[in-house]
Design a protein around this ligand. Structure first.
Ligand SMILES: O=C([O-])CC(=O)C(=O)O
Ligand SMILES: [Mg+2]
Length: 389
């Protein structure tokens, strides 16, 4: 058993949307195919992955160094002999050969994308949905059969007024979501307050609305927003300041008692640990949003979950960023608290399997081997062209 080829390509996920920090007018994403010599249903098993969103495609790093490390390794060192399968941990170690510690980012995206494809292949070789494989191997066989999801959107874009913002949020409720998320921080506070109040007219209750500042605020602005939004009792107040400014996050907790969320731009278990050590995050109410695709993949994610456990955090406090099927599998298989969902943006990468509907804020997972990409036809069309073309 061996990996015979790894292919990658960069695709555009450009759109006119913007958050408080970036617009997505040039956003790209890497897609990878890990081709194996294992035959299932008469065809070679191919694992697929992509790099979530928000960080650009990482083809250059893959071509420059990561792919060669796998192709030059002795194939036998990449095998999990006990399970007669590929070994994601050994492959991860091979990918990270001669990489210094620290400085996480960009390479963590390249490795996270490759790791996703490896786990897809592993689950396909084992003939199980990935979430089932994860539950069987790591959680005593107990998987969640549905996962809580919230609808993320509420972006800024030219010509978007409050009527459009309200219609967008209404359409999420109509599609079965019960919590929605909107962007804040790209316009002055009083204008954001009007936007928030407009959305509250649609969702009815602050507990059904989360807001995301995408790391835009300094402490003073973050506190001003905290004071202004307190009275709405929102679901969470997300990524208020720079993701690596743990002191800012800790100080915010002195001004905002309600739930906060952050972590989508922390890319290693060491960074996650620093957030928990120094960021004043509260395990009884706050949420952590680490995204495996951006942060060295599931192999590293398991280390992050272990750090959390050691520091008294339940895995149910994690609701990953990214709205992708990989995190959905991790959520169901490793007992996270839920997953982000992008019903409308970042297509065809955002969203879940075709025909799986959100009901009262929960989704199920398709019962097919792997991550489930084959059950999302628009996404699989892109992947298949790379893997089989
Ligand atoms: O706008 C983005 O970069 C996405 C984001 O923060 C989120 O989904 O929480
Ligand atoms: Mg965010």
């Amino acid at each position: 058993m061996r990996i015979v080829d790894i292919r990658e390509k960069t695709v555009s996920i450009a759109s006119p949307i913007a958050n408080a920090y970036i617009d997505f007018s040039k956003m790209t994403c890497s897609v990878v195919a890990v081709v194996t010599d294992v035959i299932r249903d008469g065809k070679p098993v191919i694992g697929y992955g992509f790099n979530s969103n928000g960080r650009y495609g990482q083809g250059a790093l893959m071509r420059d160094r990561f792919l060669a490390r796998v192709s030059e390794a002795d194939p036998d060192t990449l095998i999990d002999h006990e399970n007669n399968n590929l070994d994601p941990f050994a492959i991860w170690k091979t990918l990270m050969t001669n990489e210094k510690p620290g400085g996480h980012g960009e390479r963590s995206v390249a490795v996270g994308t490759l790791d996703m494809a490896v786990w897809d292949a592993v689950a396909k070789i084992e003939g199980k949905p990935l979430y089932r494989l994860l539950a069987d191997r790591y959680r005593g066989g107990v998987a969640d059969d549905k996962v809580w999801v919230y609808a993320a959107g509420g972006y800024y874009y030219p010509g978007k007024d409050q009527t459009k913002l309200k219609a967008e949020m209404q359409s999420y409720l109509d599609r079965g979501y019960d919590v929605v998320k909107m962007k804040i921080g790209a316009v002055p506070l009083d204008e954001d307050i009007r936007r928030i109040e407009a959305v509250l007219e649609v969702v009815g209750d602050g507990r059904r609305l989360a807001v995301d500042a995408n790391g835009r605020f300094d402490l003073k602005t973050g506190i001003a927003y905290a004071e202004a939004i307190k009275k709405y009792n929102l679901f969470w107040y997300e990524e208020v300041g720079d993701p690596l400014d743990y002191a800012l996050q800790a100080e915010l907790a002195n001004h905002y008692e309600l739930p906060m969320a952050t972590g989508e731009n922390l890319f290693s278990h060491q960074d996650a640990r620093n957030l928990l050590r120094h960021g004043g995050m509260r395990p009884d109410r706050d949420y952590l949003q680490f995204d495996c695709a951006l942060s060295y993949g599931l192999v590293e994610y398991m280390r992050t979950l272990k750090v959390m456990e050691e520091m008294g955090w339940s895995s149910r406090r994690v609701v990953p960023h990214g709205g992708h099927q990989m995190s959905l599998n991790i959520a169901a298989g490793l007992h996270l608290g839920g997953n982000e969902s992008y019903p409308d943006v970042f297509q065809p990468f955002g969203g879940f399997a075709d025909g799986i509907h959100v009901e009262n804020g929960y989704v199920g997972l398709p019962n097919i081997p792997g991550v489930g990409f084959e059950a999302k036809s628009a996404l699989y069309a892109v992947m298949r062209e790379l893997g089989e073309g």
